[in-house]
Each structure stands twice: as structure tokens, then as C-alpha cells.
Design a protein around this ligand. Structure first.
Ligand SMILES: Cc1cc2nc3c(=O)[nH]c(=O)nc-3n(C[C@H](O)[C@H](O)[C@H](O)COP(=O)(O)OP(=O)(O)OC[C@H]3O[C@@H](n4cnc5c(N)ncnc54)[C@H](O)[C@@H]3O)c2cc1C
Length: 403
């Protein structure tokens, strides 16, 4: 069974576990998340607190603000980690098992460029800044293989440009409604079926010239999808108004030809854009098909009544889909499919859960964490510890042993 199927199969059991632990999980799922998914509202802080409490209750400890810099290995297995503590000390932890869960490599520009190409530099980071590919780097150094899907990732289209982009802007700046627009590149050409949805269009824009796109829509979309809650819980807000305030390049015109003229002033090929809009309207009017080699879905609706709107957009990256190769026990695998003894991985650090399509982030994190955590605990239980940890350097160069 592949990892994706196993993930879906374990979903109900994970929900039951959280409920039994007293963590709030909604009784009924929200339907149509991102148009295709279901999800249960839950209390993420509650989940993290419960996990931490279990570690402490079992005699373990947790450390915040510490960075794992190296894996400790002997000839046969991974046997611990080297950590740079918040106060600069370097601490060596001996362990029967190590679980890598550093959240993906979206913050590592060099790795992104290798996987995605030169436009990786143009991807806006829409994520915690700490996930810089350490898990993948450490796993590779220990002989772990990679997965496919290294160029695919989750993110949403954002206005271009934006004055600034802070964590509180991540949700309101996301143009979730792009699937109801006509999306063209700077050459005036369509390149994707818009009804695929914003998270897939975000990836498609990444591979277009200058990683830019232009959303074109009419007053109907402006007064419906732009304002609507894209999925339950996210809130109804004016995403175009917010994009304009953020600095996004935009245009409003009473007729489509006037709008095309404005876009030509932005450098979009005027004649090509006319052709694109005409062909799109024609094919959409006939119930969908293909326009210039690009699918026009049966549910596509061409812009019809003014005012007409345009917003320039750019892609963002929240987390990567490719990563460390594991099995459904969370065991890290080498290039031949054999296990790397002592090494496990979970969450956005692992690849193989999805390839291009978004399968959620939090549920996969929790479920793959159970896989890796359970297997790691099993292995660690049979490991005889000689020492718990040792300070090997204090950040100022001197070596000492604090056992
Ligand atoms: C704005 C936003 C909205 C989202 N909304 C949803 C949603 O509604 N539903 C959903 O399912 N998902 C959502 N996600 C995605 C979800 O948050 C992630 O997929 C999930 O948190 C990944 O979990 P993880 O444990 O793999 O990594 P993370 O939660 O990213 O945790 C990894 C941690 O490891 C730390 N780290 C990195 N390197 C090291 C190192 N060397 N040593 C020590 N620590 C290190 C990082 O700093 C980070 O704190 C959203 C993400 C964002 C940014």
C-alpha cells in the first residue's frame, strides 16, 4: 500500500485517539475544503500540549530553541544528534532512535533551485522561517534516498508586488478564488485549467516567465467568489481590496478591450491576450473543451459584464511535497529501499504522500508522526543508554564534558 492510501486509512484512528485524549475535535467534518477535501476543526495547541505532556510523563524532556546540526552515527546506525542549544552550547544526545521532523525544505533556496529551477528565487516564503531543509540534509548524509515530486509544493497565489509579507498576511493575501478567473502569463497566454484550484495554479505560475500571472475577472466574480469564504472557518473578506492595499498591481475597466489596453501597458502582449480571451469565451460558451491546447473546463465561465478586473499575482511556498524516503512505519529508507537503522522521519520532511495535489499538512504531520514515533519508541526501548547527553562545546570554542 502506498503512503497516501495508508495515510487516509489511518485518519479515523488518529481522530479517535485525539478525542480519547480529551483534545477538542469537531463532531462533524467540514466539507469541500479547497473544493475537494474534508477536515475536522481541532485544537492544534491542545494536540501539541498533549504530546509534550506524554513525553514528560514518561520521564523525557523537551527543549525549545535548539537546532539539530548533525546526526551521530556509528558503523551500523544513527545513534543520536548534535544540537546547538539556544545559549550557544553544543550538546550531544545519545538515543536509540532519531525522528527527523524539521518541516520541509521550503526555506532552502539552493535545494529549491535544484528541484524547481531558476524561478525558485521568485517564490515567496509563506511558512515558518525555520524549515530550511535540515531534515533532508541530515537524512541524505546518513544515506537516505529521496523521493519523486521534489519540484512540487503547497502554496497560494499572492498579489504582486506586496509592500511587505508577514505571518498575519499569509491567509488574507492568498487569492483562493483564482479558479474562477482567467489566468494568463505575461505573454497573454493561458497555461492551466483554472478550475484546478489556487494551490495548483500557484505551482503552474511558478514555471511561467518571471513567475508571474494575471487574474482577469468580471463584476460577477468580484462580488461573489472574491468575497466568499473559500472554505469554512477562513472568513469572508475582500481579497481584491486587501491585495490592492498591499500594493498589488491591479486594473479596473468598464470594458474588456479597455482592460486589455491597460495590461498591454504592463508589458502583456496585447494581440495574444485578445486572442486568448476570445478563444476562452468561445470554448467556455460551448460547454468547455480545449483552447490553444489548454483545457477549458465545462464549469468555466468567461468574464461577461463589467466592470472588469485584473490583478498581477506571484506564487508562494508553504511546504514541499518531496523529501526523505520512508515507509509507512516512518523508517528512513536508503536508495535501495533498505532501512537506515535508527533513523525515522515524519511530517513535511517526508516525500511520497502527495505529488502535485495538496493532501493537507496537519493531518499528515500527526499521522506520519504516529508512524515514526511508534517505530522509534519500539527501537529505543531495546537500546541500552550509556549516557543521556554530553556538552561537547560551549559555543566559544572550548571543549568540555558535562556528564
Ligand atoms: C499560514 C498557514 C496555514 C496553514 N493552514 C493549514 C491548515 O488549515 N490545515 C493543514 O492541514 N495544514 C495547514 N498548514 C500547513 C501545516 O502547518 C504544515 O503542513 C505542518 O505544520 C507541518 O508539520 P511538521 O511537523 O512537518 O513541520 P512544522 O510544523 O513546520 O515544524 C517543524 C519545526 O522544526 C523546526 N526545525 C527546522 N530545522 C530544525 C533543526 N535543525 N533543529 C531543530 N528544529 C528545527 C522548525 O523551525 C519548525 O518549528 C498551514 C501552514 C501555513 C504556513
Amino acid at each position: 500500500m502506498d503512503l497516501g492510501s495508508r495515510l487516509v486509512g489511518d485518519y479515523e484512528e488518529a481522530l479517535a485517539e485525539l478525542r480519547a485524549a480529551g483534545v477538542r475535535v469537531a463532531g462533524e467534518p467540514k466539507q469541500d475544503i479547497m473544493t475537494f477535501g474534508i477536515g475536522y476543526s481541532t485544537d492544534i495547541h491542545g494536540i501539541l500540549a498533549w504530546c509534550r505532556d506524554q513525553v514528560l510523563a514518561a520521564g523525557g524532556e523537551t527543549t525549545a530553541g535548539a537546532v539539530v546540526t548533525e546526526l551521530v552515527r556509528d558503523a551500523r546506525a544513527v545513534t543520536g544528534v548534535l544540537v546547538r542549544a539556544a545559549d550557544g552550547r553544543r550538546i550531544r544526545y545519545e538515543a536509540g532512535a532519531v525522528v527527523l521532523a524539521s518541516g520541509g525544505f521550503q526555506g532552502d533556496r539552493a535545494e529549491l533551485t535544484r528541484s524547481i529551477g531558476p524561478n525558485a528565487d521568485r517564490l515567496v516564503l509563506r511558512s515558518n522561517p525555520g524549515s530550511v531543509g535540515d531534515g533532508l540534509r541530515l537524512a541524505r548524509a546518513a544515506g537516505t534516498g529521496g523521493t519523486t515530486a521534489m519540484s512540487t509544493f503547497y502554496g497560494h497565489l499572492l498579489p504582486y508586488p506586496v509592500h511587505s509579507f508577514e505571518a498575519e498576511n499569509y491567509l488574507p493575501y492568498s487569492q483562493y478564488y483564482s479558479g474562477s478567473t482567467v489566468l494568463v502569463n505575461l505573454q497573454g497566454k493561458r497555461f492551466a485549467d483554472e478550475t484546478d484550484g489556487d494551490e495548483l495554479l500557484n505551482q503552474a505560475v511558478t514555471f511561467q516567465p518571471q513567475a508571474r500571472g494575471v487574474l482577469i475577472f468580471d463584476e460577477f466574480v468580484r462580488s461573489t467568489e472574491v468575497l466568499e469564504e473559500p472554505f469554512p472557518g477562513l472568513g469572508s473578506i475582500d481579497r481584491l481590496g486587501i491585495a490592492i492595499e498591499a500594493g498589488g498591481k491591479h486594473a479596473v475597466a468598464q470594458t474588456l478591450p479597455e482592460l486589455v489596453d491597460i495590461l498591454a501597458g504592463w508589458g502583456v502582449d496585447r494581440d495574444q491576450l485578445y486572442r486568448t480571451m476570445d478563444r476562452y469565451a468561445e470554448v467556455a460558451g460551448h460547454g468547455g473543451g480545449t483552447a490553444d491546447g489548454v483545457t477549458v473546463s465545462a464549469s468555466a465561465r468567461a468574464p461577461q459584464n463589467g466592470p472588469f478586473y485584473a490583478l498581477m499575482v506571484q506564487p508562494s511556498i508553504t511546504f514541499t511535497f518531496g523529501g526523505i524516503r520512508t515507509n509507512a512505519r516512518g523508517e528512513a529508507l536508503d536508495h535501495d529501499g533498505g532501512t537506515v537503522p535508527g533513523l525515522f522521519a515524519a511530517g513535511a520532511d517526508i516525500g511520497g504522500l502527495s505529488n502535485y495535489g495538496y493532501a493537507g499538512g496537519l493531518a499528515p504531520g500527526y499521522i506520519t508522526g504516529r508512524w515514526a514515533g511508534g517505530s522509534a519508541a519500539e527501537r529505543a526501548a531495546s537500546f541500552v543508554r550509556n549516557e543521556s547527553y554530553a556538552v561537547v562545546a560551549d559555543g566559544h570554542g572550548s571543549e568540555r564534558n558535562a556528564q
